[in-house]
Design a protein around this ligand. Sequence first.
Ligand code: HEM
Length: 220
Amino acid sequence: MANFFTSSIGKKLIMSISGFFLMVFLIVHLGANMVSLSGAENYNAVCHFMDTNVIIQIMVPVLALGFAIHIFYAGFLTLTNRLARGNERYAVRNSGKASSWASQNMFVLGAIVLGFLGLHLYHFWAKMQLQHFIGGTATENPYELVTGLFRDPVYAVLYLVWIGALWFHLTHGFWSAFQTIGVNNNKWLPRLQALAKIYATLIALGFAIIPLFFLLGLDK
Ligand code: HEM
């Protein structure tokens, strides 16, 4: 069993399953965010639900674990791959059809996504859900918190850069996760690659609309 967690396929499988879990989270998170476009009352109600519902409270540590596993194994896999390849890394460039720019830069893209995620949690989560966990005082008006931040062009643009990196990360991650679990025949691979672009684009567009909406003052 110990071998599974350190074997090449075991590591990839763990990346892929934790990646699937995070891709489902993104759909749920985007759904909640979209409510902000319909105004303060609805969005504050959704945030209140997220901060107090028992099932969500149980899912928060599970989500954190999902992120932690995905990030830890990303480092582990990248490091062991580099050690195995040794000095070959720069001598041989894999330029096959399946190796896109994103696929060669997954670690860097993931690191960018993670860096901005830290900033993001500090902006919102630390002032909302975390306060309920530690018995502090959460912001009374999450809508004001979110819309106020996105009216600042610096933050709105930072969020758009973050979402751009996420788009690249997902265009490769989505189909790569399927490939790892065995869906890798000639018929399905191009379909999954197309589906990956569709999924990544819908997620990124959805997340990007929100800062743009408030930055451009379309709520007024
Ligand atoms: C327009 C973009 C986004 C907005 C407006 C937004 C908004 C929020 C808000 C308000 C919270 C706090 C929720 C609470 O404490 O109840 C939150 C938490 C969180 N966000 Fe985002 N978010 C956005 C994009 C993203 C993206 C792209 C990711 C992942 C890469 C992400 C990952 C998370 C995580 C992990 C949490 C903490 C767990 C949770 O509360 O669900 N967010 N977000």
